[in-house]
Design a protein around this ligand. Structure first.
Ligand code: RIB
Ligand code: CA
Length: 302
């Protein structure tokens, strides 16, 4: 049975890996790709989503979303993903006409209210669009199966010692989403750090197929943390978790978002001892199993 999903994204090199699998794997019914300001500005994240749509000759619609956080100043991660947000591979020029005309939040609302089955939301960027959706149209909650998001950390951050980038970009949006009452799975920094792809594996990708070569070229330009040890393809873990949840260690916790602290803004304060957990926290997966899942999933791509 195909899983109906919506990906909300800020491509982004690791987003490209997640989107490639979601667009092509037979277990997913990807309803749409919605874009958000994050790694780079909304124009570039949207252009990058359209580049991937075109690369796979996909008819999945791309809808542009929020161009800035709810309250915070815009920050970006072009130092990690390059100026374009997907540095390293030359994609053909895109046709602006490929962009769907409806705003991301409207498009998600319409899809949810008209779906014949509950849809899983898969945010892999800042949570601005998701927060706007849930506050503007709270009636959609009935039609959301769960939220499986890339964000946060139960340990060290990657933007500050405590904060992960997606949460740090829009902590107010994250607080809304984590307190929405919806089933929520946090695929944070922890699980990727337990199973980084080695540089040897990155080199192996090149000969798998066109997608492996594209990702190989992008990963070579990805300057995520601990680059020397390997590549943390953070966003891909959400999609592979949806395919094989049995392979991941998960623990329930209450997760609250620090929105004010000078040194702590964007921290996901994770209480595994809470009697009132609101989140399933994905903590680890064996590195060799992750590698195999990733490579197996790429077999469905061109
Ligand atoms: O902290 C990692 C997250 O921030 C990933 O989603 C990456 O694409 C960036 O958005
Ligand atoms: Ca991302």
């Amino acid at each position: 049975m195909k899983q109906p999903i919506i990906i909300d994204t800020d491509p982004g090199i690791d987003d490209a890996a997640a989107i490639s699998i979601a667009l092509n794997h037979p277990n997913f019914d990807l309803k749409m790709i919605t874009t958000v300001n994050g790694n780079v500005g909304i124009e570039k994240t949207t252009a990058n989503a359209l580049k991937l749509k075109q690369f796979f000759n996909s008819n999945v619609p791309v809808h542009r979303g929020a161009s800035q956080p709810l309250l915070s100043e815009i920050v970006d991660a072009s130092d990690v993903h390059g100026e374009s947000g997907m540095e390293g591979y030359i994609f053909p020029e895109i046709a602006e006409s490929d962009l769907a005309s409806t705003h991301a939040v409207e498009a998600m609302k319409n899809a949810l209210l008209n779906s014949d089955a509950p849809i899983t939301l898969v945010p892999i960027g800042p949570l601005t669009n998701i927060a706007l959706l849930l506050t503007t149209y709270p009636e959609v909650k009935t039609y959301v199966k769960e939220i499986v998001l890339m964000g946060g950390s139960a340990s060290r951050g990657n933007v500050t010692p405590l904060a992960e980038f997606n949460i740090y970009c829009d902590p107010e949006a994250a607080q809304i989403v984590f307190n929405s009452g919806l089933p929520l799975t946090m695929v944070g920094l922890d699980v990727a750090r337990s199973s980084s792809l080695t540089h040897d594996t990155i080199n192996e990708l090149q000969s798998i197929n066109d997608t492996g070569n594209m990702l190989h070229q992008l990963f070579k330009h990805y300057r995520g943390d601990d680059f020397e040890k390997g590549i943390n393809v953070y966003d891909a873990y959400t999609i592979l978790y949806l395919l094989h949840p049995e392979n991941f260690a998960v623990q329930e916790a209450d997760v609250q978002i620090e929105t004010n602290g000078k040194l702590t803004k964007g921290a996901t304060v994770t209480d595994f001892k809470s009697h009132f957990p609101n989140t399933s926290v994905v903590l680890s997966v064996q590195a060799n199993i992750f590698k195999q899942m990733f490579i197996d999933a790429l077999q469905y791509c061109k």
